[in-house]
Design a binder for this molecule. Structure first.
Ligand code: ADP
Ligand code: MG
Length: 590
């Protein structure tokens, strides 16, 4: 170890010591600074806490103040309410007092009124007031009864008068319609005098006369005149034709069977007159102007029924064709529901009416329903082209609308009519009913099998009404579009079609025979000679109304056929030649 320590060493040593001290001091400063910072932090925390405490205290003070205010306000509101309740209580007490006084007044007044009524009643009872009232009541009842009776009599009188009117016009009426010249007429007629239009030989001369020019080349002029109940010319519309047919529908609802048939050669306008143009011909589907008698009559029937009490009448429709003297049900369906024409038989029932067992009858409620069924049936109808017409119907089409009336009024009316007839028959020897009724009555007595109607009450005029009983009254409207009446040569058919044509001709001559027998009042009317007349017997005999619509072509080419049709119509009209007696002259409706 050195003995001498120099100064520098001492200084270095002191410096070292000082440095050491400095370092420790600096560390200490650092510690103190850290401590200071911590203390600052704690101070800040304490300050924050102190501030929050102060805020909480301020809030509590404010809340306390608010509560005090609310309490003050509530107290004052309660005080106000209390005073209002007290005022209301006072009002209630006043109203109650008023009510009590009013009730007392009312009681007093009603007591006084009762006393007055009692004293008046006593006066009335003592006098003849009640008796007067009773008298007045019975007088009123009597006059009501009289009015009802008068109303009923008026209704009966209306029906009797309507029927008389129809009978005066004829139970068998023949109308004639001369159709216009149509394009197919030109193909049949060679041009005359250089003119391409065919010669017109059949004309509607007046409202009831048809003039036929029968002049043969080289012979003097020969004109023939035919008279009918009504003649329509080429310009007459479907509506005009139907207007003349319309009254028959009133007769139908009055309890008479009605038949409207179109007769004429092929192409003369039978189907056009009965059914009308097909809808596709018309641009406007709602245009009814081209409808024929069948749709128009059906529509009118439903119109008339709609004026009657609800559900008093029901209507059923059946459609049949007579083809080759066989009856085919055109509404029948096979097992798969497809429409097929099914053969049926026509029979005469024990009551003398004609009936077709198993015939399909469809219940209908509108004209549209009927027309739908007819259009379906028409698709099955036998058609074939002939020389005259490329769509010639080879069968007779019969649409039957059966109207059943459940109306008590109708029954009473039928009873009344029957009584009137019986009274007249008993009281007077005069035959007041029409010649046809006499004829039918005589034919019934001598030939019950051919008589169309039963005679349950020995009514002078056989009626389709089965009897005056509680059974519904059933009347038939038969609408017939006959097959063409031309002779075989004219239609130019051969082979199987010849048989077809000869069947048509035979059934039409059977129809002519029936009308002839009725005209001559023969005891036997040969209804059963053909299916057609057998089926129609209820609507062409007795007091039924028959309208034959003769359809004729105007041109020379069809002259022979037109003359044949006009002759048929004239023969049918002879039934009415004898002037009908005014059957109501002897009737006294009470
Ligand atoms: P039918 O049934 O007698 O064989 P249609 O009724 O079929 O004859 O008539 C033959 C054609 O003549 C049809 O095209 C029909 O539209 C037309 N026709 C018939 N009558 C008239 C008429 N009065 N007015 C206009 N066209 C008619
Ligand atoms: Mg036809």
């Amino acid at each position: 170890m050195p003995l001498f320590i120099n100064r520098d060493q001492i200084f270095a040593h002191q410096v070292h010591l000082l440095e050491h001290k400095l370092r420790s001091k600096e560390e200490r400063i650092l510690e103190l600074e850290t401590e200071n910072a911590l203390l600052h932090l704690r101070l800040a925390e304490c300050m924050g806490k102190l501030r929050r405490d102060q805020e909480v205290e301020i809030l509590a003070k404010r809340r306390c103040q608010l509560q005090t205010n609310v309490q003050k306000r509530t107290r004052s509101a309660l005080a106000e309410l209390l005073s209002e309740v007290q005022a209301l209580k006072q009002d209630l007490r006043d109203v109650f007092a008023l009510y009590v006084s009013f009730a007392t007044d009312l009681e007093n007044q009603s007591k006084q009124l009762l006393e007055q009524v009692a004293s008046t009643a006593v006066q009335v009872f003592q006098g003849d007031g009640i008796q007067n009232l009773k008298d007045q009541m019975s007088a009123l009842e009597r006059s009501l009864q009289e009015e009802k009776e008068r109303c009923r009599i008026e209704r009966t009188r209306r029906r009797v008068l309507h029927n008389t009117l129809v009978e005066l016009r004829g139970n068998i009426r023949v109308h004639c319609r001369v159709r216009p010249i149509l394009p197919f007429d030109c193909s049949h007629s060679p041009s005359r005098n250089g003119s391409s239009s065919p010669e017109v030989v059949v004309q509607a001369f007046s409202d009831d006369c048809v003039l036929v020019n029968c002049t043969k080349p080289g012979s003097p002029v020969t004109n023939k005149m035919f008279e009918f109940e009504r003649v329509h010319g080429p310009e007459d519309s479907q509506d005009a034709v139907f207007e003349e047919v319309k009254p028959l529908l009133t007769s139908l609802l009055d309890g008479y069977n009605v038949c409207i048939m179109a007769y004429g050669q092929t192409g003369s306008g039978k189907t056009y007159t009965m059914i009308g143009s097909q809808p596709e011909d018309s641009a406007d589907p709602k245009d009814n102007s081209q409808q024929g008698i069948i749709p128009k009559a059906t529509n009118e029937l439903f119109n008339l029924i709609s004026e009657k009490p609800a559900e008093s009448h029901t209507v059923e429709v059946s459609v049949v064709e007579v083809y080759n003297n066989e009856l085919l049900d055109l509404l029948a369906k096979d097992e798969e529901g497809a429409s097929v024409g099914v053969k049926r038989e026509v029979i005469t029932t024990s009551t003398g009416t004609s009936e077709v067992p198993c015939l399909t009858h469809e219940l209908v409620e509108s004209c549209a329903e009927v027309m739908q069924l007819i259009s379906a049936a028409l698709r099955l109808r036998a058609h074939s082209p002939t020389l005259v017409h490329r769509d010639s119907s080879r069968s007779h089409l019969i649409v039957t609308l059966t109207v059943s009336s459940k109306s008590a009024n109708a029954l009473a009316l039928a009873r009344r009519l029957q009584n009137v007839r019986q009274d007249v028959q008993r009281g007077s020897k005069r035959e007041w009913w029409s010649p046809r009724c006499r004829r039918a009555a005589s034919s019934r007595s001598s030939s019950p099998a051919s008589s169309p109607y039963p005679s349950p009450c020995q009514s002078p005029c056989p009626s389709p009404r089965p009897s005056i009983s509680q059974t519904p009254i059933r009347t038939k409207l038969q609408l017939v579009d006959l097959a063409g009446s031309e002779c075989v040569g004219m239609s130019g058919v051969s082979g199987a079609a010849l048989w077809e044509s000869s069947c048509i001709n035979r059934s039409l001559s059977a129809l002519s025979d029936v009308l002839g027998a009725l005209a001559e009042q023969r005891p036997h009317v040969p209804y059963r000679n053909s299916k057609l007349t057998h089926l129609l017997q209820d609507s062409i005999g007795g007091d039924a109304k028959l309208l034959v619509m003769l359809c004729v072509s105007p041109t020379q080419y069809f002259l022979t056929e037109s003359l044949q049709s006009l002759g048929f119509g004239s023969r049918a009209r002879q039934i009415q030649r004898e002037p009908p007696r005014r059957k109501n002259t002897g009737i006294k409706i009470k």
